[in-house]
Design a protein around this ligand. Structure first.
Ligand SMILES: [Zn+2]
Length: 278
């Protein structure tokens, strides 16, 4: 049965997770390389807001969460698409045209098709024309320092042999701090547990963010975290309730992840009923 997880016409729960991101190793969330002019080093700059402060856009968080989540779901043996290119659930199951048709003629059928033939990541983070059930806010800095490091970049352009060039890479220094906030609607406890598992993965250094990961960039930790849930105690038949008092949890990094373990256990033990096979 379709749960409220993917329903937009009802609000049964509001979920917020907010806190701080502490930069542990150099961090480069990029704006892309600027053009190389002759006799000048290429510059690879960090993304900044209109006042020149570095920013981690919500879209970057979404990408990090989706790909880290994909690895977690794969290791759990749960079917999941990459969401990249043509590897999208509705296409993989040959239901894209049906879904588009139902959207115009029969919304219940559309919702039913979406429930049956999409993975957790498609539902949570969105797919094709359907927006996800979680939103990541842009992370603005609380405290930061920028620096530049000159690196050797190997560029391979088609038809040419590999050549190396020096690139000036701008990055955010360790100990810088950013805000973090995500908001979700109608997320079951196992999905809250899934998001928390991804965050713990990042916090424990199993997932890096931004560029130059092979050079050790992009390790961050979470601090000063707060989880707030209002509304129903669970969403859908496959979901499980957590002990009372866990709809308002606060704590520093490790302490917080310890307190919210019951959500992660619901995720570990859930039998996800979608996508259906065939
Ligand atoms: Zn999918």
């Amino acid at each position: 049965m379709v749960s409220a997880f993917i329903q937009r016409n009802v609000i049964q729960r509001i979920i917020t997770i907010e806190g701080q991101v502490v930069v542990i190793s150099p961090l480069r969330v990029g704006a892309g390389k600027s053009a190389i002019s002759p006799g000048e080093l290429a510059r690879d700059v960090v993304l900044k807001d209109s006042t020149g402060r570095p920013v981690i856009p919500g879209s970057s968080w979404k990408g990090v969460f989706r790909s880290a989540g994909e690895r977690i779901l794969n290791s759990k043996g749960v079917k999941v698409c990459t969401g990249i290119g043509r590897d999208i659930c509705l296409r993989n199951y040959g239901k894209y045209e049906d879904f588009q048709r139902f959207l115009k003629s029969d919304i219940r059928q559309a919702i039913d098709t979406f429930w049956k033939y999409t993975c957790l990541n498609c539902k949570l983070f969105g797919t094709m024309s359907v927006s996800g059930m979680v939103n990541f806010l842009d992370s603005l800095p609380i405290d930061y320092k920028l620096n530049v490091r000159t690196m050797v970049a190997i560029s391979r352009t088609e038809g040419a042999s590999a050549r190396s060039a020096l690139v000036q890479v701008e990055y955010v220094e360790p100990n810088s701090k950013f805000e973090f906030k995500l908001m979700g609607r109608n997320l079951p406890n196992y999905v809250v547990g899934y998001l928390l598992t991804i965050m713990k993965n990042i916090h424990d250094g199993l997932t890096q963010i931004g560029g130059h990961k092979t050079r050790g960039f992009g390790f961050v930790k979470f601090g000063n975290l707060k989880l707030t849930i209002s509304g129903d105690p669970k969403i859908g038949e496959e979901d499980k309730e957590v002990p009372q008092g866990l709809n308002n949890v606060q704590g520093e990094g490790d302490d917080f992840f310890n307190k919210v373990k019951p959500y992660m256990e619901v995720f570990q033990n859930v039998k996800i009923p979608y996508p259906v096979s065939g």
